[in-house]
Write a new protein. Structure first.
Length: 89
């Protein structure tokens, strides 16, 4: 539990340094894992709103969810980055 808390704190600090503020929407799209728990906890510690996004959803559904939630920053795993390389808002 202590290691998980350290990971969440590290992420929360990083997000604050990147300009996180309570009115921004940050999304998270990762597989269910310890990384997911640390990510959610870190975003919440940085006082952010957080929709979770299922990486198995079809691409058009992912785009709709991100646009509808007005997500400005998406935290994800490297293997999912290609789904958004050509995305512009």
């Amino acid at each position: 539990m202590e290691k998980l808390n350290e990971q969440a704190n590290r992420l929360a600090r990083l997000l604050r340094n990147k300009g996180a503020h309570p009115t921004a929407w940050w999304g998270i799209m990762v597989e269910r894992s310890v990384e997911m728990v640390a990510g959610i906890w870190g975003v919440l510690k940085a006082s952010q709103r957080l929709p979770t996004i299922n990486p198995a959803a079809p691409e058009d559904r992912l785009t709709y969810m991100l646009d509808n939630a007005n997500v400005t920053i998406l935290l994800t795993q490297e293997k999912f980055i290609e789904k958004f390389e050509n995305r512009t808002k």
